[in-house]
Design a protein around this ligand. Structure first.
Ligand SMILES: N[C@@H](CCC(=O)N[C@@H](CS)C(=O)NCC(=O)O)C(=O)O
Length: 217
């Protein structure tokens, strides 16, 4: 089997899920960065959705971060999913659930007014509530064992930290369980390695280009 190649966009949370998983498993992989909002022709030829992540394996092309994650999980050790099929299915449901939070972080980045920024913060806090109720105050999503569900949520906490540090918006305010989860995730080498160089500047530049309320005031 040849080295898998991940097609990435530098600040995409969905790609970041794949990167963290590859890093956790110590997989030897290549990564190619594109501007997904001005994609090269070769990318549009191989990608059915025009979205990243895409994983190229031999002559095959995989898309959708959840599917890419499941493939990596099946093929490479160590395994991160819980073995019990019911718990595993429950984890997959919550992995899907965290996807909606990424839409929220993007909306907040690009919000054009205080009113809409406040609305997106409120919506994310609502979404977080159910996640918090399931995760509870245990070290990881499934208790003591680090798993895929933790990996798939990690990019959200990277973005929550970005808003807190740069714009004084604390999405996790008053939520000790989620803050603890965030601290554990952000301290992990795989998560640190998944954050591209200059991440915060790139995010802010995108916000400036889009005349985001958070940067224009
Ligand atoms: N459901 C997809 C979402 C991927 C996604 O939305 N990626 C964004 C970048 S973060 C993208 O490629 N956007 C380009 C577009 O929508 O044209 C997944 O989980 O992989």
């Amino acid at each position: 089997m040849s080295k898998p190649k991940l097609i990435s966009f530098n600040v995409c949370p969905f790609v970041q899920r794949s990167v963290i998983l590859l890093e956790e498993k110590g997989v030897d992989y290549d990564i190619d960065f594109i501007d997904v909002y001005d994609p090269p022709a070769w990318f549009l030829e191989i990608s059915p959705t025009g979205k990243v992540p895409v994983l190229q394996v031999n002559d095959e092309v995989l898309f959708e971060s959840t599917v890419i994650g499941e493939y990596i999980e099946e093929v490479y050790d160590p395994k991160f999913h819980p073995a019990d099929p019911l718990i595993k299915a429950k984890n997959r449901a919550w992995m899907e659930y965290t996807s909606s939070l990424y839409g929220g972080t993007f909306n907040l980045m690009m919000a054009k007014s205080k009113g809409s920024a406040d609305k997106f913060v409120k919506e994310m806090r609502e979404t977080q509530k159910s996640l918090d109720e399931v995760k509870q105050n245990r070290p990881w999503f499934n208790g003591d064992e680090f798993s895929m569900a933790d990996i798939f949520a990690a990019p959200y906490f990277v973005r929550a930290e970005f808003f807190k540090k740069n714009f004084n918006i604390d999405l996790l305010e008053g939520n000790a369980n989620l803050q603890d989860w965030s601290d554990r995730l952000l301290a992990r080498k795989s998560v640190k390695n998944s954050i591209v160089k200059g991440f915060e500047n790139i995010m802010v530049e995108r916000m400036v280009e889009n005349k985001s309320f958070l940067v224009t005031g």
